[in-house]
Design a protein around this ligand. Sequence first.
Ligand SMILES: [Zn+2]
Length: 679
Amino acid sequence: MANLLNNTFTTPYKTAPFSAIKNEDFLPAIKKEIQKTKEEINAITTNREAPTFKNTIEALEFSGEQLDRITSIFYNLNSAETNKEIQKLAQEISPLLSEFGNDIRLNETLFKRVKSVWEQKEKLNLNKEQQMLLEKTYKSFSRNGANLANDKKDILRDIDKQLSTLSLKFGENVLAETNNFELHITEENQLKGLPESALEAAAGEAKERNKDGWVFTLNYPSYIPLMTYAENRELRKKMSLAFGSKSFQGNKYDNREIIRQIANLRQQRAELLGYKTHAHFILEERMAKTPEKVTLFLEELLTKAKPAAKREYTQLENFAKELGSIDKLEKWDGAFYTEKLKQKLFNLDDEKLKPYFKLENVINGVFTVAERLYGLTFEETAEIDKYHKDVKTYKVLDENKELVSILYADFHPRGGKRNGAWMTVYKRQYKLNGENSRPHISIVCNFTKPTESKPSLLTFNEVTTLFHEFGHALHGMLANTTYPSLSGTSVYWDFVELPSQVLENWCYEKDALEIFAKHYQTEEIIPMEYVEKIKESATFMEGMQTLRQLSFGMLDMSWHGTDPSNIENVKKHEDAVFEATRLYPETPETCMSTAFSHIFQGGYSAGYYSYKWAEVLDADAFEYFKEKGIFSKEVATKFKNNVLSQGGIEDPMELYKRFRGKEPQPDALLRRAGLIEKK
Ligand SMILES: [Zn+2]
C-alpha cells in the first residue's frame, strides 16, 4: 500500500514520503481521512459524559491530524511543483474540504458541547493557552452565526450569498476595465526613456494582438515601467487617468453601486452578529482590537509623517520644474521624477551589488544570524525525502543538539512553481502525551539558478526577501506550544509579519553584512559606502509613501468602521477622506474605491492598516536590538521566549509587551525612515 494511505508516515522524523506519493493517491487518501475525522468528531458529539475542555475542545483540536498533513503536502506541491494533474485534482479536493469545514461549523450538537464548555470557562481553571483555544474554537462557530435563531441564520446565509456574488462581480468589473484598455503606439520616438525590457514586452503584447508597434496595458508589469520611465508626459497622463478610473466610468462595469451594497451588507451582517460595525467584527480577532485604535494609530502616523511628506513633495516638484520645465507636479509625474531624482542622488543599481550576494553566502549568512541570536545550527541531510532534487533539506538543532525542526529550502524557479517567495508548513508543532512533536517548515523562492560559469547572485531585494521568509520560518521552527492550531505562525493577521520583517533589518547592518556580503570572486567585503546608499535609498521619499499607505488605510476604515448607509456619493465620500493625506492635485476623473480590490474583493477589509502596523512593530522591536547590540543574546532570548515560540497562545499585545516592556511606539519607524530626528 502506498505510504500516503497509511495512517502515519514511516519516514525518518515522519517527514512527507514524497517519493512514494503518486498523484492518484491523494483523492482516496483525503476521502479516507475526512471519513476518519468525521468519526473522531462523531465520538465527541455522541460522548455520554458531560462536555469538558478535554473531551470536547482538546479532542476537536487533535482530530484530523493526518488529514491536515496530507492536505498540506497536496497544497504545498500545488504551489511549488504542480502540473495539470495536480491542478485538476485541486478542483475536486477543494470543494470536498470546504464542504467538510462547513459540516463542522454547522454541526449543532458539536456547537452545543463547545458552548457548554465556554459557559463554564470561569470555573475551569484553564491556563492562558487553553483559554485562547477555547475562545478560538467557540468564536469559529459564533462568528458564523451558530448562536442565531433559525430565521436569523437564514438571513445571515442570504447575506453571505449576496456578498460572495457581489465581490465576484466587483472583481470581474475591475478585470474587464483593465483588459478593455490598451495604449497603442506606432512611433518609437513616443517611447523615449523606456528601458529595452519594457519595449520588448510592449512589442510582444502588440504582436499578440496582431498589431504593429507597441501596446501598453493597465497590468502592473506593463503599467509601472511606462509610468516610471516614459518621458512623454501626455502618455503618462493618459495611462494614469485610465488606471485611476477603472470601474468609475458610468458604463456597465461601474462599481459604485456594488461597493455601496457590499459595505451595507457587511454592516448588516455585523449587526446581526451583535457587532457595531464590520470593522468591530474583523478587529475582534486582531492585535489592534478596535476601529478606534486603528484610527488613532493612522492619525498619529499622519501627524508625524506629514511635515516630511510635504518637504519631499516640494523637493520633488522643484526638481521636476528644473528638469522637465513643468509648472505643477501632477499624479502622473510622481514615479517618473522620483526615479530620476533617485538615480541622481544614489546612482546605485543591482548589477553593482549582485556580486556581493552569492546565494550560498547569503544562506550561510542567515544561518549564522540565527545561530548567533537563537543558538540554532543547520545540518544539511540526505536522510529526508524531497519532492524535487533541487530542494535542500536540513536538520535544525539547538545548543544541546536536540532537534528543533526539519527545514526544506527550495530556491530556484521551475515550470511548476508559482511566482514569488513564501514560507510554508508541512507539519505543525504541538505537544501531546508528554511528547513535543517538532515542526517541518519550508521556504520557497524564485532566485536565478547558478550556471556552470556563474553562481546564483542575488539582487539586494532578493536578499531581504530571503531574510523575510526565513523570519517566518523561525516563527514556525521555534514554536513551542501545546495546541497545533495556536502554533508558529498561527497568529492574528496584524502580528504575523513581525518575525519576518524584523529579520530584514539585519540586511542593512554592517556587522551582519560582514558575515555574508563578500564579493564572489575577490572575497572583498561590501564597501560601507554601498551599505550607506542601500540604507538611504530604502527610505527614499518615505514620507510620501507613508501618506499614500495611510490614505488607503483611512479609506478602508471609512467604509468599514462606521455605518456606511449614509454614503451616497462614492467619489464625494472618498474625496473627503483623502483631504488629510492629499499631496497631488485632485483628479475628478479618478476614483480609488471602485477598484480597491484589497478591501472589496480580497480579504483585507478593515485590515489595510496592517501593512503600516507591522512596520511599526518591526521597527520598534529592532530598535530594542539596536540599543543592546544586534546580536544581543539578552534581547534575542526575550524575543524567542515571548514572541517566536509563543505562536497565538495569548493576545499578541501581551506577548509583545512582555518582550519589549511596553506597547509598540510609531517613533522608531519614523526615525528609521528619517521622517523625524534620530535619537
Ligand atoms: Zn511575510
